[in-house]
Design a protein around this ligand. Structure first.
Ligand code: SF4
Length: 472
């Protein structure tokens, strides 16, 4: 987990990329994964093909660590590749779950990278195991390949489509065979997936910020329920299920996607600023507030929107240490609130004697925010009013975001007043669900999942809450 983001927030899930028809495709996939590092920091992997063989390298750690040896990256030959950044949503992490998965289908080698989480994994896995299937991983991603392997249809594509029609939940996928790249997105379109073009070749990626770094032009989103196939005949696409009303993950706009990305048909930055505007309009600052500040970096954009709407200055009053990573070793002499202090430091010269609005994107446990409020006060702030650019998180996510258990969610058993007391803020206000939904794009028929706020799940979960399994 990238603890340097909002460390009390939802944990990221995963990222996928796919490259077709470009020389040194693995190098391009590497750049794509690098841009998508925020979606998963546990492991990274790339599989490429030269049309005859598939080449794979995957390792734990950040993209730059997993591919520290340039010779390894250059050994991934060919003009097509897929890649994956992993953050497991639940359960243990282990080498065998690092993606892309690579298996032998009866028509040849197949690699797959998955972002999302399947909600009927356990019953289907149980069924397959009773029928004799041997699973190599504890990842729900493997289920799709296992289901495809059982199908009696003649081509891998047909077997894959049959498998997709059996699974339920969230998946944005890239698959690679010797002679094709396949991209697919679940019928609800929970997780983003976009399509770009570069120098006559094609790129698919979880977010458009990957296309930017690669130098590819954004063409469009992969539609919910759409499969796109790239092979030597060109590109073709079709829907593998009738269209559903999309239920895009609204949390991608609140927190998860990079602000410089375009997801679900619009710019994240623009939407996040709009949420800040709505927050200021319906949850204004008290008259004596001096300025608006954010919890960097994920709340910067919403805080700018809040400041703009309220006519207050925006100040940088918390400095985030960007270099705290997984390898950080806590000294033996533990300091109080060390975990928060090492990542965020208040700017005394800015805060002393001031009354502030602190904008954050969400409250999950509330423990980090409580410490931040305390440090801001210790830096001399006279008042800390907290405004949250999303509603209270009350329910777990079954579609690929890793929230703590329901019991650990601050809003599970505390009222707004109790949370305000808990974080020791002078006031606390959230966006309502209606305000949040009014702030996200709807122009192109988009619909949204809001289940972690409302408990209204667009797809039933066939598994018990808290079941150990790996999504991505
Ligand atoms: S439950 Fe929340 S985090 Fe999960 S998909 Fe729905 S909106 Fe996104």
């Amino acid at each position: 987990m990238d603890e340097s983001r909002n460390i009390d927030a939802v944990r990221p899930n995963c990222a996928v990329v796919g490259v077709w028809g470009l020389p040194a495709a693995a190098n391009i996939a590497y750049l794509g994964l690098y841009a998508l590092q925020h979606r998963g920091q546990e492991a990274a992997g790339i599989v490429s093909t030269n049309g005859q063989l598939l080449f794979r390298h995957a390792a734990k750690g950040l993209v730059a660590d997993a591919f520290r040896d340039k010779a390894v990256l250059n050994s991934l030959e060919g003009g097509a590749a897929i890649g994956h950044n992993r953050y497991s949503t639940t359960g243990p992490s282990s080498e065998q779950n690092v993606q892309p998965l690579l298996v032998e289908d009866r028509s040849g080698s197949v690699a797959m990278a998955h972002n999302g989480n399947l909600v009927n994994y356990l019953p289907l896995r149980k069924f397959l195991e009773e029928e004799g299937s041997l699973f190599r991983t504890t990842s729900d991603s493997e289920l799709i390949l296992q289901l495809a392997a059982r199908s009696h249809t003649p081509t891998f594509l047909d077997r894959f489509l049959e498998a997709l029609r059996m699974v339920k939940g969230a998946y944005s996928l890239t698959l690679l065979t010797r002679n094709s790249l396949i991209a697919a997105r679940d019928p609800n379109g929970f997780r983003p997936l976009c399509l770009g073009q570069k120098d006559g070749g094609w790129v698919v990626a979880s977010e458009s910020c990957a296309l930017d770094l690669i130098g590819a032009t954004y063409i469009r989103d992969v539609e919910p329920g759409e499969v796109i196939i790239f092979d030597h005949d060109g590109m073709r696409n079709f829907r593998f299920t009738p269209p559903n009303k999309p239920t895009h993950c609204i949390f991608e706009y609140v927190y998860f996607s990079r602000p410089d990305s375009r997801v679900f048909g619009d710019n994240v930055d623009k939407t996040r600023r709009k949420l800040g505007h709505i927050l200021a309009k319906y949850h204004p600052a008290p008259a004596d507030v001096d300025f608006v500040m954010s919890v960097p970096d994920s709340s910067n954009t919403a805080a700018l929107g809040y400041a703009h709407e309220s006519g207050l200055p925006f100040e940088i009053a918390l400095i985030r240490n960007h270099y705290v990573g997984r390898t950080f070793i806590e000294p033996e002499q533990k300091l109080r609130d060390f975990g928060v202090k090492v990542k965020f430091n208040p700017v005394i010269g800015v805060l002393k004697g001031k009354r502030v609005i602190l904008v954050d994107d969400s409250i999950v446990r509330g423990t980090t925010l409580k410490k931040l409020v305390q440090h801001i006060r210790e830096a001399g702030a006279l008042a800390v009013h907290v405004r949250i650019s999303s509603p209270p998180v009350r329910h777990p996510c079954f579609y690929g975001m890793d929230f703590p258990s329901r019991e650990q969610l601050a809003a599970n058993d505390m009222t707004l007043e109790e949370i305000c007391d808990f974080i020791a803020a002078d006031s606390l206000e959230y966006l309502s669900v209606e305000e949040l939904v009014s702030g996200v794009p709807h122009e192109n028929g988009q619909g949204y999942c809001t289940a972690c706020f409302t408990g209204k799940y667009p797809i039933d979960n066939d598994e018990d809450e808290g079941t150990i399994k790996l999504g991505c």
